[in-house]
Design a protein around this ligand. Sequence first.
Ligand SMILES: NC(=O)c1ccc[n+]([C@@H]2O[C@H](COP(=O)([O-])OP(=O)(O)OC[C@H]3O[C@@H](n4cnc5c(N)ncnc54)[C@H](O)[C@@H]3O)[C@@H](O)[C@H]2O)c1
Length: 383
Amino acid sequence: MQGEALNFSSFSKPSPGSIRHVWETVSVPLGDKAYDILIGPGLLTEIGKMLRSDPIGESYFIITDSNVEDYVGIDLMALMGNEGLSVDMLSFPAGEASKNMDTVVTLARALLERGADRKSAILALGGGVSGDIAGFLASIYMRGIPFAQIPTTLLAQVDSSVGGKTGVDLPDGKNLLGTFYQPRRVFADIGVLSTLSQSELKNGLAEVVKYGMIRDPGLFQLLEEKWWDIVNLEPMVTAHIVKVSCAIKADVVANDEFEGGLRRILNFGHTVGHAVEAGAGYQIPHGEAVAIGMMVVSRLSVYKALMPEEDLKRLDALLEKLGLPRHVPSNIATEEILNLTRHDKKVQGGRVHFVLSKGIGKTLITDEISNEELARAIEGSRG
Ligand SMILES: NC(=O)c1ccc[n+]([C@@H]2O[C@H](COP(=O)([O-])OP(=O)(O)OC[C@H]3O[C@@H](n4cnc5c(N)ncnc54)[C@H](O)[C@@H]3O)[C@@H](O)[C@H]2O)c1
């Protein structure tokens, strides 16, 4: 995957006059749990046909949030109905506040009432919140029924719909209850991204930058060259970056399904990012916090002579072009970020594992970072 050539030749262009329904496939090679991610504009209109020719259940229950229900859900249900499929839809109020056990129980009881059984399948339609809730429910409803992901935010398309992590929050913290449960298929129609807010788009873009930083200098360079097309969601480039991002995540997940080691590299920028997010009382969007986190750990990597300074400058310039922040906010004290970092839920045995950069595309995981070193990188990342 690393350093994939910068061309779009593998993404078949529609011939003049043909329907613009073209898509790419990324396979997630997980043995008997292997599945395909289908990516492309116009895919939504084909999902019914695809599930009719290659079903994952005898009846389908779309689970989505109150926004996506209107944007996409109603149309999808009609399109699936036209294919003669048995389909119903359940929704919950949009937002992270719904990601809890109450919502799961309410949805489970609604499924029962509407006759969902072990031969039914769930379609998780929406952003990461819908995917996490619906995937978790699929993993426990009647001891597990099949599900597919239909991600509608960029973050969900490049990150949360791939890899099989599902779950809900507790009052004590995020994602504290959950399962590893792989979808049977992922359908990522990049056409649906056109209604996303700028802030939601940036949440996804921060993850795409992360993939370039941890694994793929070619993807990073593509972002540098085509950033304008990307922020404007030009279909071919957008489909390409979603495909490359999914391929990187699929490769990492296939080599470490249950997060024993390699999968940790996906946390690049996230440990410090989570601390910044918490320090700001969750008033900073996740993607912006991750962007700041990536700057801090990259600066730390430069201080430790692991990463060329030129690469830090390139990261800084790219984040600026994408409209993502690069500086630690002045109203969050360094001491507070240090404390919050040491209390991240991924801390194991009291030691924080930092994902550092050895230059664009390469990482190094270490638990040997002192408070002084981290504090210097935080201070160095003030505006
Ligand atoms: N399971 C994983 O591996 C994983 C990975 C990363 C993040 N997550 C989780 O994902 C969640 C964040 O995901 P998110 O950022 O997609 O949030 P989200 O699902 O809340 O979606 C963000 C907002 O966008 C709206 N929306 C969705 N699709 C839209 C569209 N096409 N047009 C207009 N509006 C649309 C939603 O209704 C919501 O208001 C968090 O709960 C996080 O913990 C999970």
